[in-house]
Design a protein around this ligand. Structure first.
Ligand SMILES: NC(=O)c1ccc[n+]([C@@H]2O[C@H](COP(=O)([O-])OP(=O)(O)OC[C@H]3O[C@@H](n4cnc5c(N)ncnc54)[C@H](O)[C@@H]3O)[C@@H](O)[C@H]2O)c1
Length: 325
């Protein structure tokens, strides 16, 4: 198949490209590198069925190196609090105007379409765990609104393209995902704690640390995305993907410190505004429709992530000490 991946130079998108190419598909990435990096795709450059186009999806889409497109994974959007905090308007416009442009392209080619949405559409949830039929508890003008409401609009747009234009679309609500290619300065809990631990710096826990999260390793998530796109009976569906194993943020800090054998201290800081208390996906639907469940345990996942961050930090140190290289 000819497959378009928007946001393919990002953390999840680059792993998705690896999986698609290994299955024999031709892949074109459209990415403006606002939060992603061409470095995530360096190993794919030169592959005859891989192309990367630097482009902002808010602008009219360029001609693609395909005469037709069979499937579109729409991942383009800043995703970490650090990312959308720095680029709030870009986040809103990417999810609104950018999603519109990508949906138009998918419609034109009668392509299958997958929107990478987020558990943030549930906001600070009043039900636990979160099921797909929960409408959420979102502050439309709060500090996360550019992302939460941007994704909610992208969901509404996708749903109405499916209804009015008969687009073969599905929406996946991704819960916290981590793994190699998380950036050290990404700001999300696991890369942030592991980076601090590896550098021997204090590990900051906001609030009392009893807030819970559920973390999915990236290879599990990518398998779920592939199934959500290509399995039968997924057209028109909204599917949670995430690991339902719940863990407190304080426990993540302890395990990050222990697994890296770090001397870092764990430092409690004031809670951030509108910190989410609990987050856990209900994944019964993914189990039934996709026969999917996460397979990588937390300790195994964070070991792999720590190894990757360690080599990334070493590369940076070496580049700083040999600036001409
Ligand atoms: N990682 C998670 O835990 C998580 C959780 C929920 C949802 N998601 C969703 O999954 C998708 C990928 O997330 P990620 O963690 O890989 O984030 P990421 O920031 O690493 O990747 C997003 C990519 O989109 C690109 N992008 C952003 N705006 C763009 C634009 N206007 N035009 C072209 N490219 C643009 C960025 O440069 C980046 O490469 C996002 O849509 C995100 O909302 C991720």
């Amino acid at each position: 198949m000819n497959i378009l991946v928007t946001g393919g130079a990002g953390f999840i998108g680059s792993h998705l490209c690896d999986a698609l190419l290994s299955q024999g598909h031709a892949v074109v990435v459209v990415d403006n590198f606002i939060t992603g990096s061409p470095e995530n795709l360096t190993h794919l450059q030169g592959a005859p069925t891989f192309h990367c186009v630097r482009h902002d999806v808010v602008e009219p889409l360029p001609d693609l190196p395909f005469s037709s497109v069979d499937a579109v994974f729409h991942l383009a959007s800043p995703a970490s609090p650090e990312g959308y905090g720095r680029y709030p308007l870009e986040t809103l416009m990417t999810n609104a105007v950018g999603t519109h442009r990508v949906l138009e392209l998918a419609s034109r080619f009668h392509a299958k379409f997958l929107l990478a949405s987020t558990s943030e559409v549930y906001g600070d949830p009043l039900i636990h765990p979160q099921t797909e039929d929960y409408w959420g508890n979102v502050n439309p003008v709060g500090p996360r609104s550019c992302y939460d409401e941007g994704k909610r609009f992208a969901e509404a747009l996708t749903t109405n393209y499916a209804r009015q234009k008969d687009l073969d679309a599905r929406i996946v609500r991704i819960f916290n995902t981590y793994g190699p290619r998380n950036q050290p300065e990404d700001g999300r809990v696991i890369p942030n704690f592991l980076t601090r631990a590896l550098l021997g710096e204090p590990i900051p826990v906001y609030g009392d640390g009893r807030q819970s999260r559920s973390f999915c390793f990236v290879s599990d998530l990518v398998e779920g995305l592939l199934r959500a796109m290509f399995y039968p009976n997924t057209r028109g569906e909204i599917i949670n993907l995430g690991n339902p194993a719940e863990i407190t943020v304080a426990e993540v800090a302890r395990r990050a410190k222990a697994l890296t054998k770090s001397s870092s201290s764990i430092v409690y800081q004031p809670a951030r505004p509108e910190e989410i208390a609990r987050r856990k996906p209900e994944i019964t639907k993914a189990q039934h429709l996709l026969d999917w469940r996460p397979t990588v345990g937390f300790d195994e996942g964070i070991q792999k992530t720590a190894q990757w961050l360690k080599s990334k930090l070493a590369q940076r140190r070496s580049a700083q000490s040999h600036p001409s290289n």
